[in-house]
Design a protein around this ligand. Sequence first.
Ligand code: UT7
Length: 333
Amino acid sequence: MSRAAVLRGLGAVVPPRVVTNDELAQRLDTSDAWIRSRTGIAQRHVSAPGTATSDLAVDAGARALKAADRDHVDLVVVATTTPDHPCPATAPTVASRLGLGTVAAYDIAAVCTGFLYGLSTATAAIVSGMAESVLVIGAETYSSILNPNDRTTSVIFGDGAGAVVLTAGDRDEPGAVLEVDLGSDGTLAELIMIPAGGSRQRLSGLPVSPDDTYFRMDGKRVFRSAVERMEGAARAVLERTGWTVDSVDRFVGHQANVRILATVAEQLGVPRDRVVVNLDKVGNTSAASIPLALADAANSGGLAAGERVLLAAFGGGVTWGASALVWPDISVF
Ligand code: UT7
């Protein structure tokens, strides 16, 4: 017996409003053809006015708890780039609104790698014995931080939330988180950033430019780093699990760009038909991306119990990570 964190339930939610590429092209100098060919995205979901990240997180969390048939966990981790407020963290609000009482709850800020960072801390808490059960939620309302006039970011990101319940079990069980490999490179922090709103800008004594209050990204440089780092982390995880590339049934990468997913898969040697893609429907949902992709695949017959799943992500910080598990026979709501 070897103690492990085991996936017991998965929940996912996107807000009902769909924004198509054509709708964006009505107000921005862009086109459906450009967005589809450069990213693979056809539409994204956007929250209604008044909806915040915790609202989506509570919905996804409740679904994951129901899927796992649980009404208690020892720890709630919310990975998000778009907390309800700069202070305090969003996780305690989510925990109490879910009826989980006074459990430990904290946020993870690793941008698009947030879900894998959350999975890692949850796994560590369970394997160490600090917790028996953890709810990990990736939740984002990027529509709150996108510059509506910036075509380079507005066409890419969408809102949504995904959540998993992990509980203590055995490493040999399907659903056990087998490995997590994480990394960061702070020398590239400026590649993905909201320049204003933190201590650096607030204590600068300088006036705030409105553009600096929005999310910005150097897409080309991020693209190159994402390919390199997702591949490297995936290889590290494969080496530690002892899995061959041929034995990977599903590659579920952060849904940033279909060209990134295709390039990483090709460099790893994973056949294209094993690459899970749902960004056409939801865009890049950052920390929510991997659980949303897992839920979509599981619900559409693209992911079955017993299959070997390789996860990889890259995001602001910059940060990256990968993980591996055998897909368990669980409910997905
Ligand atoms: O989730 C966190 C991690 N994020 C990522 O992994 C994102 C990684 N980066 C990307 O996915 C891609 O770099 C983008 C999709 C963001 C951009 O694609 P690209 O192929 O790298 O395009 P580019 O930035 O090199 O721009 C090519 C051209 C430029 O025009 P010029 O300079 O060639 O005349 C841009 O101004 O496309 C222009 N462009 C657009 N045109 C129409 C940029 N955005 C748009 C747009 N519509 N929305």
